[in-house]
Ligand binder design. Structure first.
Ligand SMILES: [Zn+2]
Ligand SMILES: [Zn+2]
Length: 177
């Protein structure tokens, strides 16, 4: 039996972790388990005031349990890779580990009143997106597909919390290999 681990890097929004676990279990058909992980602050870069997603991903690869189909970790920290201002998440393409940052998914980040429903939808979409990468999916040209590239919050909001038919067929094929 392989499990889909939803990891919490330090304290993360419990509702988001639960919503993501539920959606991933339904999509990928593997039972979900929670997992406590170190806070991503070990990867903090003082000059950028963000955490590096590459060292975080390296930690996840080392921490990935033997019986994990995937390990999808959540962090409240803002993540970056050196060539980009920020990333919403980072995945090992075709591997088992990925991280999703919740930092930029709340309305408050953009100076707007809180909306937990909007936040949860965004979190689920980004978790589907990064998990899709671990199944070898690349960015999809269909803007409504969870695998389409989002570089701003509007692009996340225009996605659905689902893969398009082509992306879904692709991960199903990959999971049988
Ligand atoms: Zn992506
Ligand atoms: Zn797609």
């Amino acid at each position: 039996m392989k499990y889909l681990y939803v990891g919490s890097m330090g304290d993360v929004d419990r509702e988001a972790a639960a919503a993501i676990g539920e959606r991933l279990e339904r999509e990928f058909g593997a039972p979900v388990r929670g997992m406590e992980l170190p806070d991503a602050e070990f990867a903090y870069n003082a000059a950028r005031k963000q955490c590096g997603s590459i060292p975080v991903l390296e930690l996840l690869i080392r921490s990935c349990p033997e019986d994990a189909l995937k390990l999808i970790a959540l962090t409240e920290r803002d993540l970056f890779i050196p060539v980009l201002t920020f990333v919403y998440g980072h995945a090992q393409l075709g591997g088992r580990s990925a991280v999703v940052s919740l930092a930029r998914l709340r309305q408050e980040f953009y100076g707007l009143p809180p909306n937990q429903e909007v936040f949860l939808h965004r979190a689920v979409k980004e978790a589907l997106h990064e998990t899709g990468h671990t199944f070898g999916l690349v960015h999809c040209p269909t803007t409504a597909c969870a695998m389409s590239l989002a570089t701003n919050i509007r692009q996340i909001d225009s996605k659905q919390t689902a893969f398009c038919a082509a992306c879904e067929a692709h991960w199903r094929r990959r999971s049988r290999e």
